[in-house]
Design a protein around this ligand. Structure first.
Ligand code: ADP
Ligand code: MG
Length: 212
């Protein structure tokens, strides 16, 4: 998987997280502690600062691993550990496999799946718990079916982004049973989960980076 795509994705994500900072923070203020947008923005600024300025291009797996370490060290909160681990895991998964032509959509599906599995393993949330996984699991499934069907990466990622957006919206009526929002009990119902919203944003940025 090319370092070019990973870098475009990280840059676009940083831009969109900055734009969505207030919205994500408001979502988290409703059912959490109001730091999600601020935390992610701080992390993505640090990721941007760590990107090379010219010189030797950095391979995709290494970019992902270093972005993940930066996110772990700067974001804080549940999402910092979960997103940071996921990025590192995606990088590891890609580094494990030899580069070959024509398998980009399979590489993407494998890396995406490994990242999302690491979030599930670390956070022990299940589908329907009203977390980022409710956006990420449908996105993983959509990308996997696209890869199996032999679709182009752009089409697979667009389907994944649509699935993530639908999954995020579907968290509104759910009762939170994991993370800080679960402390609210029934009062978590009727609100969009902030982590599901940021996940949908990040997957859309990936789809847009792939098609630009
Ligand atoms: P914190 O709750 O520690 O302040 P953030 O505000 O950065 O962390 O992120 C909150 C988001 O993290 C939630 O909206 C939810 O999507 C996600 N989250 C929290 N706990 C878990 C978990 N155990 N598994 C998966 N996602 C989780
Ligand atoms: Mg929070």
């Amino acid at each position: 998987l090319s370092g070019g795509l990973v870098e475009r994705w990280l840059r676009l994500s940083a831009e969109r997280v900055a734009d969505a900072r207030v919205r994500l923070t408001e979502l988290d203020a409703a059912i959490g502690d109001g730091d999600h947008g601020i935390n992610l923005d701080r992390g993505f600024r640090a990721v941007l600062a760590g990107l090379h300025g010219g010189g030797e291009p950095v391979p995709g797996p290494e970019l992902l691993r270093s972005a993940g370490r930066t996110v772990m060290g700067t974001v804080g909160g549940a999402s910092g550990a979960l997103y940071g681990r996921a990025l590192v895991r995606a990088g590891e998964r890609l580094a494990d496999r030899p580069a070959a032509h024509g398998q980009e959509v399979l590489d993407l599906a494998d890396a995406f799946e490994a990242a999302v599995e690491s979030i599930a393993a670390l956070g022990r949330a299940r589908p329907g718990d009203k977390t980022m996984l409710d956006a990420l699991l449908p996105a993983t499934a959509a990308l996997r079916s696209a890869a199996t069907a032999g679709l182009e990466p752009e089409a697979g990622l667009a389907a994944a982004a649509d699935a993530a957006a639908r999954g995020a919206r579907a968290t509104i009526p759910l009762l939170a049973t994991r993370g800080r929002a679960s402390y609210l009990g029934d009062r978590s119902i009727g609100h969009l989960d902030p982590g599901a919203a940021s996940s949908a944003l990040l997957v859309r940025a990936l789809a847009d980076a792939a098609s630009s």
